[in-house]
Design a protein around this ligand. Structure first.
Ligand SMILES: Nc1ncnc2c1ncn2[C@@H]1O[C@H](COP(=O)(O)OP(=O)(O)OP(=O)(O)O)[C@@H](O)[C@H]1O
Ligand SMILES: [Mg+2]
Length: 446
């Protein structure tokens, strides 16, 4: 449970919404519409699906419509037009009573700026939503304690919010949403007021909880690093529109517009790139049945093509089905007799990683073993990640002036897309604004 479909959602604030909707349909810009009829376009014609059990991060500059879109999902904000379908229920058609019941059952909300109730213990706060739902006291305590344990606050349940640190209070807010056991969590800047270390812990914990509980989570954030850490798709918004949706690595590889490109130009590439994007696919792959003489010929030189052509001082060796057998070091090839077959010369200790592994998890292995083989889901060899291919991939960052070597980066732009621009002085990144602590944070659940 937890699949959400948004179909043509627009939201106009202020009067003249009919006129404004007409102008939206004509493709007029937000600023022109404001000038023409005074209405503010909060969202315009948004359609996409959120899959059951995914973490989706809504990102964009301040005022781009993230909170409005999140709140439209459970109609805390009424869309001006369009349909929202959740688990087959057309939420936009529910009457008031049914809407309240559906909202309570299906959605948990976690915000940045809602206080825990100060005169209730943590247990009392976490169980508050269940109390409203008239769940019996015994079940309430049981479910609240489970949630408290999940967020690592066991032992603190009898304390009051003022006795907890900001980070612990946010955990309590999260526990309150979890205790209600809703399928969908809507989280608006839920970690923004935390200091960076605690914030990173909370991101990791949310990811872990997500894996365990399989909730559908829609998370609003200003912070690209946070979006990457949460590990799901990103929806990039601008002026009430969706500009691009995709996994971080797809967005970095193929930014749809200059705005997106500027948004991702400071991203931590090592946290985003996948092994298959970094693997050197151009190095020759040898067969275990080849003789040393054949291999030398194939590599284009009498001594084995010289180690300069080898990936990490070695070549990968794969069987006829493209499955990795081992690697052949250049010096081994150079010193072997011409009639020997490669099968007897191989190093079998080469580390192997799946195609979707993140680059930052591979760096230590690449450093220790010179190269790491990357295999696809079908078990076939894709190529090797070597220190050279790592440097090439990192040097291909959008907006850098270095010329990446041909073949290295999947980070090249699709044909027809705008060219990379240099580092922009007015980058839309707002990270610095969101990592500053704003004092004691609190959060609440609706
Ligand atoms: N109640 C409202 N009345 C009038 N305009 C509104 C209202 N709520 C939002 N807006 C406008 O809708 C647009 C989107 O606002 P929204 O709060 O969704 O942005 P946001 O992306 O969440 O920004 P932030 O990052 O600052 O929280 C803005 O232009 C905002 O001024
Ligand atoms: Mg907002």
């Amino acid at each position: 449970m937890g699949r959400i479909s948004l179909e043509g959602i627009s939201k106009i604030f202020g009067s003249n919404s009919a006129t404004a909707l007409g102008l939206v349909e004509q493709g007029k810009r937000k600023s022109d519409i404001a000038a023409a009829c005074g209405a503010i376009v909060g969202l315009r014609d948004i359609s996409f699906d959120i899959e059951e059990g995914e973490i989706l991060v809504l990102m964009g500059l301040s005022g781009s419509g993230k909170s409005t879109l999140l709140r439209c999902m459970n109609r805390l904000v009424e869309p001006s037009c369009g349909r929202i379908v959740v688990d087959g229920v057309d939420v936009t058609r529910l009457g008031r009573k049914d809407l309240l019941a559906f909202r309570q059952k299906t959605f948990g909300m976690v915000f940045q700026h809602f206080a825990l109730l100060p005169n209730r213990t943590i247990l009392g706060n976490v169980g508050f939503g269940l109390e409203i739902k008239q769940v019996s006291a015994r079940e309430r305590v049981e479910r609240s304690m489970q949630a408290i344990e999940l967020v690592g606050l066991k032992g603190w349940e009898t304390k009051y919010p003022s006795e907890l640190s900001g980070g612990m209070q946010q955990r309590a807010g999260l526990a309150r949403a979890l205790a209600a056991d809703a399928d969908i969590l809507l989280m608006d800047e839920a970690f923004s007021a935390l200091d960076p270390l605690i914030r990173r812990d909370m991101q990791a914990e949310l990811r872990e909880l997500q894996r365990k509980l399989k909730k559908t989570i829609v998370f609003v954030s200003h912070d690209l690093d946070e979006a990457v850490a949460l590990g799901g798709r990103i929806v990039l918004m601008k002026d009430g529109e969706v500009v691009q949706i995709g996994q971080p690595e797809e967005i970095v590889a193929r930014p749809a517009t200059d705005y997106v490109e500027r948004f991702v130009e400071h991203i931590d590439l090592a946290a985003v790139l996948r092994a298959e994007q970094v693997a050197d696919r151009s190095a020759p792959v040898l067969a275990p049945t080849q003789t040393v003489a054949e291999a030398r010929t194939a590599l284009g030189g009498t001594n084995g093509g010289a180690s300069g052509g080898a990936s990490g001082g070695s070549w990968l060796v794969a069987d006829g089905d493209g499955r990795l057998v081992g690697r052949l070091f250049a010096d081994r090839l150079a010193s072997a007799r011409p009639s020997e077959t490669l099968a007897g010369l191989l190093d079998l200790g080469l580390p192997v990683v799946p195609a979707e592994s993140r680059l930052d998890t591979l760096l230590a292995t690449v450093a220790a073993h010179e190269s790491v083989a990357v295999v696809g889901r079908d078990g076939r060899l894709i190529g090797a990640v070597t220190s050279r291919s790592v440097v090439q991939a990192l040097a291909a960052r959008p907006g850098t002036h270095g010329q990446p070597k041909a073949g290295a980066p999947i980070l090249s732009k699709p044909s027809g897309a705008p060219t990379w621009s240099g580092t922009s002085p007015n980058s839309p990144s707002t990270r610095s604004a969101t990592t500053a602590s704003t004092g004691s944070p609190s959060m609440a659940v609706g």
